[in-house]
Design a protein. Sequence first.
Length: 131
Amino acid sequence: MSIIRWLEFPKLDDSRGCLVALEGNKTVPFDIKRVYYIFKTQEKVSRGFHAHKDLTQIAVCISGKCRMILDDGKSREDVWLDNPNKGLLIESMVWREIHDFSIDCILLVLASEHYNETDYIRDYSKFLEYM
Ligand code: T46
């Protein structure tokens, strides 16, 4: 089974442009406790390189594009995020890396938990041991 799970959000278009609404426990399948966004990532810089013990997130690229690698310890897949009405669901215990950010990339992330550094596994060999 693929690790890649997309959520497609309803896009409300009218003559003025587009609007996407994200609602916890509705369009987003959890209670949203935290929202953060990553932007102005410099050329050739990659981010991530960690997994979370207990955190579900949805990543939506609301401007530009970037490439996300997801790895569950058995297989590794990569996808481009470049659509503001598609969210990538990232479950607990999935290693993620983000590469090839365009300079205009804004990556919005919705998280099921508050920030907690002890939830991170930042060492790939420890991640594999944990699995
Ligand atoms: C993830 C990917 C997609 C906070 O203080 N609060 C926060 O909510 C977050 C997310 C980070 N931080 C601090 C921790 C570090 O000192 O901000 C700094 C940069 O975080 P990090 O190096 O973890 O950033 P990324 O881009 O490597 O990873 C982030 C998320 O941390 C992570 O959960 O899945 O984006």
